[in-house]
Design a binder for this molecule. Sequence first.
Ligand code: ZN
Length: 202
Amino acid sequence: MDIKSIYMDANALLEGHFKLSSGNHSQYYLQSAKVLEDPKTAKLLAEALAQQIKESGIHIDTVCSPALGGLIAGFALATALDVRFIFTERIEGKMALRRGFEITEGEKVLVCEDIITTGGSAMEAGFEIERLGGEVIAFAALANRGFCKRNGSALGRKTNCSLPDNKPLFALADFDFEMYAPDNCPLCVEGSEAIKPGSRGN
Ligand code: ZN
């Protein structure tokens, strides 16, 4: 499956000067919502990801996604794996499990994002699950931005990856783009202003 073509065909691989949720700047932004607006594509991608997870032999009770970005990918993956789906959300800056969702002691949870960059939000969701007695056994995303080590990829783990190196990350592809600290960004040096994806209509 050529996931890069799927993103390009959906106009979901944006080029410009973006401020990412981590605060870093990048020339590219992956707008997964544009890919997932077609439920058939969402189903196809989630089934390919589910296949990888099944082949690894790990057992999952539940998929949990951090809202908002991971919701559609997580729901589609849970459907393909035929397991429960829950989500965490940020309440006054802190990731929390709300809406009556419960975690049973030892429940095996996979945390799913649309894209894993450094894995910060996924880790925050994971800490909340473990605080409530669950066990985070793996992470998954449609694509990996190249900072974390994806199961089956030759790309190594970089120091700014937040995910633990003893738990697998499943993803369909690596999108290995450069990312810059705001004070060391060549696009800023050229004089343009970084925009936050989702603002100004993008
Ligand atoms: Zn910049």
